[in-house]
Design a protein around this ligand. Structure first.
Ligand SMILES: Cc1cc2nc3c(=O)[nH]c(=O)nc-3n(C[C@H](O)[C@H](O)[C@H](O)COP(=O)(O)OP(=O)(O)OC[C@H]3O[C@@H](n4cnc5c(N)ncnc54)[C@H](O)[C@@H]3O)c2cc1C
Length: 401
């Protein structure tokens, strides 16, 4: 066993779950987080069945289940004509012990994983410690760290970059972040108005050439929860216009009762990308989570695929450190996770966006009819559910040598 710890740069959900996965195998870990505490950002809010299963295997699934809302059914709708297709994950109840989407804010998973790390004396979590670069040789990695008391160096056996989409580690590796950025920004806001009264399931996607949107119920100070809604915006609009009451109310009134003024609990605007790093490994330095891949939120796959990276990498890296495998075993992590991100996560999220935003009325009708047919045919619906629940991508990854 190598004597230096694995250093993980970035204490978001993927970094914390990678730390937990390694800690349980007895590996020494130093986790660096640039912020002073666990970030409470309102981003990912959907956990798919295989992700909850992986969290079960790390001993934290039950705690996440306690804090989330189970959403077994979800809809695809046309803004004008209502429900086009409704899917029920109960249909694949033979494939997973968790046949539902679990809606829960990502910072709750971070907190659960952080609390679980406290029982491992082999893990140190250092807040306000930012990785600023590294050098590596055949024996290890020297990680440069900016701390409140100045710059330090930590000698590591391996460095894992889980430092998000703007990853310093990825930039230092000199690896391209290949892909593109969508021209429109997304407006996300939340309302306590209960959409179930209007026939919505806890998750719904509404097709419209200008005002398509995605809806997710989230836990919020007791039942029935709060409804998070994401809309596209025109690229020429200023952030101030996008976040104005007038614009937010116009979007929500566009598909709900127009006579009500809706309470808006929070609102934000963000850019959306489809990118995958050209490689996830340069010798002893590896990438996982958003530092390795980013995608639009339609289908709720970004964080989920990051957790799938974390667990896969934790298993492989601990086997290499235990001397059970050679170092090039880590390339299998890269092949499995990079390829399935491209084949599934990128392809599915791009297809989801195209379905909702299609401008040509004939093409739109054709695509929505296709969704209707899929939902009505049990075999097709099952295949569709295995893909959208990410079960298929996890199985595919296991087949890649
Ligand atoms: C609006 C929105 C909705 C989304 N919804 C979903 C969803 O429903 N389902 C889903 O699966 N995904 C969703 N995503 C994507 C999801 O939020 C990300 O995939 C997820 O946050 C990635 O986790 P991460 O740990 O890789 O990166 P991050 O969460 O970005 O964490 C990176 C961490 O690294 C720290 N850091 C950065 N640089 C350094 C450094 N140099 N040194 C040390 N620390 C550093 C940061 O402070 C941060 O804590 C959504 C994203 C957005 C924007």
């Amino acid at each position: 066993m190598e004597k230096n710890p694995v250093v993980i740069a970035g204490g978001g959900p993927v970094g914390l779950v990678t730390a937990l996965s390694l800690a349980r195998k007895g590996i020494d870990v130093v986790l660096l987080e640039g912020e002073a505490d666990i970030p409470r950002d309102l981003r990912a809010g959907t956990f798919h069945p295989p992700t909850v299963e992986m969290l079960d295997s790390l001993g934290v699934g039950a705690r996440l289940l306690e804090q989330g809302i189970k959403v077994p059914e979800w809809q695809i709708r046309d803004r004008r004509n209502g429900v086009v297709a409704q899917f029920d994950l109960g249909m694949i109840g033979d494939m997973t012990p968790h046949p539902f989407r679990l809606h829960c804010e990502q910072h709750k998973l971070s907190r659960i994983a952080y609390d679980a790390l406290a029982q491992y004396p082999n893990v140190r979590v250092l807040f306000s410690h930012r990785c600023t670069g590294y050098t590596q040789d055949n024996e290890g990695v020297t990680v440069a760290v900016a701390t409140p008391s100045g710059t330090e160096e930590i000698r590591a056996s391996y460095l894992v970059g889980t430092d998000g989409a703007r990853s310093t580690v990825r930039k230092e590796m000199g690896v391209e972040f290949e892909g593109f950025t969508w021209p429109e920004r997304f407006l996300v806001f939340a309302t306590p108005y209960d959409l179930r009264e209007q026939g919505f399931t806890g998750n719904a996607y509404i097709a419209d050439p200008d005002e398509w949107c995605a809806i997710f119920i989230q836990p919020h100070e007791g039942p029935p929860g709060i409804w998070r809604i994401a809309f596209p915006t025109k690229s020429e609009m200023s952030e101030e216009e996008i976040l104005s009451d007038e614009f937010v109310q116009s979007r929500i009134k566009g598909f709900l009762k127009p006579e009500i003024d809706y309470e808006i609990a929070y609102r934000s605007v963000y850019r959306v990308h489809q990118r995958v790093a050209a490689d996830f490994r340069v010798k002893r330095v590896l990438l996982a989570g958003d530092s390795a891949h980013v995608n639009n939120p339609l289908g709720g796959m970004g964080l989920n695929s990051g957790i799938h990276d974390a667990v896969n990498l934790g298993d492989k890296l601990s086997a290499v450190l235990a001397g059970e495998q050679e170092q090039d075993y880590l390339d299998r992590y890269v092949r499995q996770r990079r390829l399935t991100n491209i084949e599934y996560v990128q392809a599915i999220t791009i297809r989801n966006k195209r379905l909702l935003e299609e401008r040509d009325p004939l093409v739109r009708q054709e695509r929505l009819n296709e969704m209707r047919d899929i939902a009505a045919d049990p075999d097709k619906a099952r295949t569709y559910l295995l893909n959208s629940s990410m079960i298929a991508s996890v199985r595919r990854a296991q087949e890649i040598q």
